[in-house]
Design a protein around this ligand. Sequence first.
Ligand code: APR
Ligand code: PHB
Length: 394
Amino acid sequence: MPKLLKTQVAIIGAGPSGLLLGQLLAKHGIENIVVERQSKEYVLSRIRAGVLEQGTVGLLDEAGVGERLHREGLIHHGFDIAFHDHHLHLHLEQLTQGKYVTVYGQTEVTKDLSDARQASHLDTFYEASHVQVSELLTKKPLVQFEQDHQAYQIEADYIAGCDGYHGVCRASIPRESIEEFERVYPFGWLGILSDTPPVQEELLYGNHPNGFYLCSMRSHTRSRYYLQCSVDEDIANWPDERFWDQLQSRLPSSISANLVRGPSIEKSIAPLRSFVAEPLRYGQMFLAGDAGHIVPPTGAKGLNLAASDIYYLSNALIDFYRQSNPKGLESYSRTALQRIWKAERFSWWLTNMLHQFPEKSGFDQRIAQAEFDYLCQSELAQKALAENYVGLPY
Ligand code: APR
Ligand code: PHB
């Protein structure tokens, strides 16, 4: 017999979307249960981008988990773009009237959220198997799962599908009720983490004839670097020395001498994809974060978009429960998608300018060069880039 549980909002997925939603709802006295397929250790070992918009930081503050982020996060007032040997500095603060970004790993964000959830003793089921959602078009949607050989059934008012791109929530929506838009890029990112000082203080995104590279960091002593690689690349072909040699050869000559090499403590390959599902609602279930959309990591928008979805969704649920006002829930999908598509456009554009596409003709390459030249010469173009990079308003 399944154990029966009741809650107001059943949240599927304990990634940043699900945990942030859970914290914000709990702050407003809205009951929620989180169901996660993986173990907590697994969730907290995933390494992902680490650039937070001010809006994301504000939301984490509101959720009560901003303390360590303000202590350990690095405030960046700008970043660099290199195109072959030409180099452009984007002074975010000047270009956006005072805005900046905070460099703080997504793994740390997830850990802070998960610690806060544990401290408030909110119900969370890790290592849940056979997770299913059903009765979505009724007033009492159900979540079923098993944990430790015990079956559970949650009856909720609403389900929040925060279970990422490969989750069960979007997959449970009938094909005719959802439309998907997708672009898959013909390359991946090979990333390494190493306990070496970053090659420079701010981020550097670069396009080199051998491919894109990114120099990022987690702290003053821990670097995160990426190289464009082919989609079917075998990581075994990339011993550390090859990675460092290739990165060094792609860096502008003025910077490459500063590169400090060291053993990698993590190495992985990520595919690049743009993806949006519409609408982000099916009956009593809402999709948020990677469950509803994916961006290529070039603009570091993945986590920030998840945060803006959760901003709209949490406020909609709070208005519903506190004031019986369903308007936010009714407009959630439309409102969130407007911001999502703008971030999709930005991430697609930056990806196009900064990568080598195997099928690109001479024409395409000249266009990418012209795009960069225009950016160097036009303050307006730089402002548009900076405005998107620091995050469009909610
Ligand atoms: N049942 C329960 N949980 C599931 C299921 C399932 N069937 N399928 C997946 N999950 C869990 C995953 O194990 C994962 O922990 O849902 C969680 C989804 O987390 P993320 O993939 O991190 O997605 P999200 O929380 O939306 O965060 C978006 O993650 O991929 C990055 O760039 C992206 O930074 C962005 C952020
Ligand atoms: C990262 O630090 O992992 C990172 C930073 C910026 C990006 C992508 C990834 O655009």
